[in-house]
Write a protein that binds this ligand. Structure first.
Ligand code: PLP
Length: 402
């Protein structure tokens, strides 16, 4: 069992049958947090190669190859740029490249990360229309449509949505949100944070009509933190031409030339780009559709375990269950951080912490619950195993992958 509360998994594990001695701290630590994810050895080895001249022909070939590969992960024919930054940088880049001072943005409250994105937008002087949410459901298309219909003067310039809220394990339906914008006949740009979904949960930048997708290296792309990405539609590129926000480091114009020249406007994170090339190769070998199916299957198994334990999943709508992160409430009176500490101490396994208003309320794993005296029913692991069944066989499932 390798996936628990707020845990993101992506590389296929080659060690699912090993028996680990409790109390032992030898061997590899089980990192089961929702990112940074475990890095496959192949990727680590690629990152360890000697650095090359980022102004030389070999680097240019590498950069062009990686940018081309990323397009297939975003499922776009449009432009992709790579920043040497964490995901937060790509949030900022999306805004400064398309908006002008004082432009209003509409953002759905889905959880901790929507809150952080909103704070960032506010600090930059953008008025934020924050659509309240319960942290247990995704962005509501009906609500979006009626708000945009009410915005007769088209004051709202961008709609911001976190596709997969890592803090709650809720995945919003992006295609439906795009349809809502179209039904309202509103010209706002659609910006989507796919930081914890890209390369793991079905995502279609072009087909879903997303204008800017924001992503980062440390989750589904299986490389360390340090790279962030924007995928950019033609409409966003046009907005960039008139956007008046001051920008320099984040300016798309310098970055966009990289797909033709292979050279970045400043020093790129060369070794992370080696890692990215290897990760993209691994994704090609497994096949994006198979990767989505794998996460779907493992997500189901985790949910089966949680339900057997009699615990409550944070996401309240099965069609919005995340296939990469399952956030779970600990029973009243039992502190999730204490449970996480017990699991770390006895099983050398790190689980994701509850973030923001869910802090202290999210939890983990069967043996740890027993050690920590957290009330639960037994049999969750068996339920998960039953659910996994023979590899590749997925039986009917109430949860959707959009
Ligand atoms: C959905 C989501 N958005 C944004 C971020 C922030 O990214 P970073 O911490 O890489 O700046 C995270 C980080 O986990 C995230 O999960």
């Amino acid at each position: 069992m390798k996936r628990f509360a707020r845990e993101f998994q992506t590389p296929r594990s080659g060690a699912c049958c090993s028996i680990i001695h409790p109390m032992s701290r030898t061997g590899r630590h089980f990192l089961q947090i929702p990112g940074p994810t475990n890095i496959p050895d192949r990727v680590l080895r690629a990152i360890g190669q000697p650095i090359i001249d980022h102004r030389g022909a070999e680097f240019a070939k590498l950069a062009k190859e990686v940018l081309e590969g990323l397009r297939s992960i975003f499922q776009t024919n449009s432009s992709v740029v790579i920043y040497p930054s964490s995901g937060t940088g790509a949030w900022e880049a999306a805004l400064v490249n398309t908006l002008s001072p004082g432009d209003r943005v509409l953002l759905f409250e889905t959880g901790h990360f929507s809150q952080l994105w909103g704070q960032l937008a506010q600090k930059m002087g953008f008025p934020v229309e924050y659509v309240p949410g319960s942290w247990r459901a995704g962005a509501a298309a009906g609500e979006l449509e009626s708000r945009l219909k009410g915005d007769k003067g088209h004051v709202t310039k961008a709609v911001l949505v976190v596709h997969n809220e890592t803090s709650t394990g809720v995945t919003s339906g992006i295609a439906e949100l795009r349809r809502a914008i179209n039904r309202a006949g509103h010209p706002a740009l659609l910006m989507v944070d796919a930081i914890s979904s890209l390369g793991a949960i079905e995502y279609h930048h072009d087909e879903w009509g997303v204008d800017v997708t924001i992503a980062a290296s440390q989750k589904g792309l299986m490389i360390p933190p340090g790279l962030s990405l924007n995928a950019i539609s033609e409409k966003a590129l046009s907005a960039n031409k008139t956007a008046k926000m001051p920008r320099s480091y984040w300016d798309w114009q310098g970055m966009l030339k990289t797909s033709e020249t292979g050279f970045f406007p400043y020093t790129p994170a060369t070794n992370l780009i080696y890692g990215l090339r290897e990760a993209l190769q691994m994704i090609r070998e497994e096949g994006l559709a198979n990767i989505f199916r794998r996460h779907h299957r493992h997500g189901r198994a985790v949910r089966a375990a949680v339900s057997e334990w009699g615990l409550e999943i944070v996401c309240s709508a099965p069609q919005e269950y995340s296939n990469t992160v399952t956030a779970v409430f600990t029973p009243e009176g039992h502190d999730a951080d204490q449970l996480r500490a017990t699991i770390l101490e006895h099983f050398d396994m790190s689980l994701g912490a509850g973030l923001g208003k869910l802090a202290g309320k999210l939890s983990g794993i069967e043996m740890g619950m027993r050690f920590a005296n957290v009330p639960h029913k037994e049999g969750g692991v068996l339920a998960a195993l039953r659910c996994l069944g023979p590899a590749g066989k997925i039986t009917e499932d109430p949860s959707s992958t959009q």
